[in-house]
Design a protein around this ligand. Structure first.
Ligand code: FES
Length: 336
């Protein structure tokens, strides 16, 4: 969870003058003239300087390993923002670290699917091996361990990332060996994607600076394909069974924007029908297969609401969701 600027933890990031600031590590590399030149290069990519804040924060992390108070002040100075504005962004996103990070950042997904397949056991084992908890760094500075929410790789669960590179389908033993190799200074190949760098290296990439000498080597590294086996299981099963998804419903043709009042729309001759309903009727009638017919019927305006949809989801302009009327405790706006 992100600390708010002004909280005991947040002040370490924002560096607000009136707040106690967590002292920076003695060996913290300074932000130099070179950093300022690279910041200027980032800023030049955007029409408005403040749009460069996110990659600028990654740039600071690539030099110092976290978003230090000095880094917050640097970004504010370069972008014409206040330190509070920079701190508000830096404390919102979990990829911006508020304490010095180890050489590698190991993230263990403990969200639902990974967790039921062993993600929490992996997290517990690594925590015990490293002697740290979430968002803490091992005493030798090698690893910062964190648990992560869904890493968008549920088909490869349980998933561990190192510096945001994927190590798929881990178990306790493989994850332990992975972390032991990292502590020995090795860089095991990720399961897919680009080769492993380190936390500062990936931060530099996220700031938009390639670690590769030319475009060809960058493409070769980044485009390293995985096998995608688990991702394609459903597709292959469907092929075996000769199944296919129903077609996506085609949007009805919008009425021409003529600024004419609605009453001038050509009469359809079908009392009570709107053009949208007529088009939906036509799609159902034209469907060739049962699957197509089901898809067209499902997108028909008269189709019953799927189970679980609430009244508030319906937006036909005639209903006010419960609790949103003026004078109630709801948060919604009152009707004009
Ligand atoms: S639940 Fe772990 S990647 Fe989605």
């Amino acid at each position: 969870m992100s600390a708010l600027p002004g909280s005991a933890e947040g002040t370490a990031v924002t560096g607000l003058d009136s707040s106690p600031v967590e002292p920076a590590p003695l060996d913290l590399p300074p932000l130099t003239e070179q950093t300022a030149l690279e910041a200027a290069e980032i800023i030049a990519r955007y029409p408005v300087p403040r749009s460069a804040l996110l990659p600028m924060l990654h740039l600071v992390q690539s030099v110092q390993g976290y978003v230090s108070p000095e880094g917050v002040a640097f970004c504010a100075d370069q972008l014409g923002l206040t330190k509070a504005e920079v701190g508000a962004v830096a404390t919102f996103y979990t990829m911006y670290k508020r304490r010095p990070t180890g050489r590698h950042l190991v993230s263990v997904c403990t969200n639902t699917l990974c967790s039921v397949l062993g993600g929490q056991r992996i997290m517990d084992a690594l925590s015990a091996d490293l002697g740290v908890h979430h968002d803490e760094t091992a005493a030798d500075g090698s690893i910062t361990l964190e648990h992560a929410e869904c890493l968008a790789a549920c088909d490869y669960a349980p998933v561990v990332t190192v510096d945001y590179e994927f190590y798929d389908q881990q178990d306790v033993d493989s994850a332990r060996e992975l972390v032991a190799a990292l502590r020995r200074g090795e860089k095991p190949l990720p399961t897919r994607g680009a080769p492993l760098t380190d936390f500062r290296g990936i931060s530099r990439q996220l700031a938009g600076f390639s670690q590769h000498g030319d475009d060809a080597s960058a493409a070769a590294a980044v485009d390293n394909p995985g096998e995608y086996g688990p991702t394609l299981v459903g597709l292959r099963l469907a092929e075996q069974r000769r199944e296919s998804a129903p077609p996506m419903p085609r949007p009805s043709t919008p009425a021409p924007d003529t600024d004419e009042p609605a009453a001038t729309v050509a009469p359809t001759g079908r009392t009570g029908e709107t053009p949208g309903r007529e088009a939906a009727d036509a799609r159902v009638a034209a469907a060739d297969t049962p699957a197509e017919k089901a898809g067209a019927a499902g997108s028909h305006p008269d189709a019953p609401e799927p189970a679980g949809r609430s009244l508030a989801d319906q937006d036909d302009g005639t209903e006010t969701p419960a609790g949103t009327e003026p004078g109630t405790s709801g948060q919604g706006p009152g009707k004009a």
